[in-house]
Design a protein around this ligand. Structure first.
Ligand SMILES: Cc1cc2nc3c(=O)[nH]c(=O)nc-3n(C[C@H](O)[C@H](O)[C@H](O)COP(=O)(O)OP(=O)(O)OC[C@H]3O[C@@H](n4cnc5c(N)ncnc54)[C@H](O)[C@@H]3O)c2cc1C
Length: 252
């Protein structure tokens, strides 16, 4: 589609994660987000405000804590009406609202399920002869929806179905994204409520945070500068004791 046609585009909810699309029409994009801050699973409040400011400087506008009621128009899109009553005109609407498992088969087979098919640590469902793994599986209340978790769960399920005895312990959520050209990586517990000990380093173009629990790094956020992400996630997975270097971790 020619660039001139992107007069006004509205992103609904988490399309921000798909930065490549956002780049195409960055001067004319408006984002409608259900949550009161951007990328709630990847960013805490301070990081989200930082991202929002950077993107506003690029020409984006935001409606946060907003619910979409309907997309208006006939043959073509005319706009988006919000529950607040506000109507935004739009030539194109892109919706990104996450994934939800199709649980029809689980229901027909009477497998325990909630958001996904419930599995225990061997990835067995509520029926002894049936295992589940990947996006459809719910482990300890969590449906991961990411490839590394599907791989780890599939490995455990396959081994156990073949007579082995492996246990799944959960997957550390780690995401690397490009949001409108801005690098963002986060992993583990980002402590969005600021309840844990943390260290933050920030400048005009970046926001970096590590979360510390029991002298170990429990999670991190790297916005605008992700070069230390693999070093820090390695420290996380090795459960390195950082009690003596808490203030130096982010400065390399
Ligand atoms: C657009 C998009 C981008 C993504 N980007 C990332 C990313 O950057 N990083 C990341 O970690 N994850 C990403 N994901 C998520 C990742 O793809 C999934 O977490 C992963 O593929 C889940 O694996 P799975 O085996 O559970 O399911 P799937 O990969 O969906 O495989 C399920 C398979 O089962 C088949 N199937 C369905 N119903 C039946 C049936 N009744 N009988 C037989 N076969 C059936 C389907 O056709 C499909 O082939 C992305 C997903 C999407 C949609």
């Amino acid at each position: 589609m020619p660039r001139a046609k992107f007069h006004r585009v509205y992103f609904v909810r988490r399309i921000l994660a798909h930065g490549r699309v956002a780049l195409v029409a960055k001067e004319v994009l408006s984002v409608v987000e259900f949550f009161p801050r951007l990328l709630p699973r990847q960013l805490d409040e301070a990081g989200a405000v930082r991202l929002q400011r950077i993107m506003e400087g690029m020409g984006f506008s935001f409606r946060l804590g907003a619910r979409t009621r309907e997309v208006t128009g006939g043959e073509g899109v005319r706009g988006v009406r919000l529950e607040s009553g506000e109507t935004l005109s739009a030539g194109m609407v892109i919706i990104s609202a996450g994934v939800r498992s199709n649980l029809e088969m689980a229901e027909a087979m009477r497998l325990d399920h909630d958001r996904g098919i419930k599995v225990e640590e061997r990835m067995m469902t509520s029926r002894l002869e049936i295992y589940a793994a990947g996006d459809v599986a719910e482990f300890k209340g969590m449906t991961y929806g990411i490839w590394p978790a599907a791989m780890e769960q599939g490995w455990v399920a396959g081994a156990n179905m073949g007579g082995g005895d492996l246990r799944y312990e959960g997957t550390t959520m780690a995401k690397t994204l490009k949001v409108a050209g801005i690098d963002l990586a986060s992993a583990g517990n980002i402590d969005a409520e600021d309840k844990l000990e943390s260290r933050v380093v920030t400048d005009e173009n970046s926001y970096k945070k590590i979360v510390i629990e029991n002298d170990r790094i429990a999670g991190c956020i790297m916005l605008g500068d992700t070069k230390d992400f693999s070093r820090i996630t390695k420290m996380m997975s090795e459960k390195q004791d950082v009690s003596q270097i808490k203030d130096q971790v982010l400065s390399g």
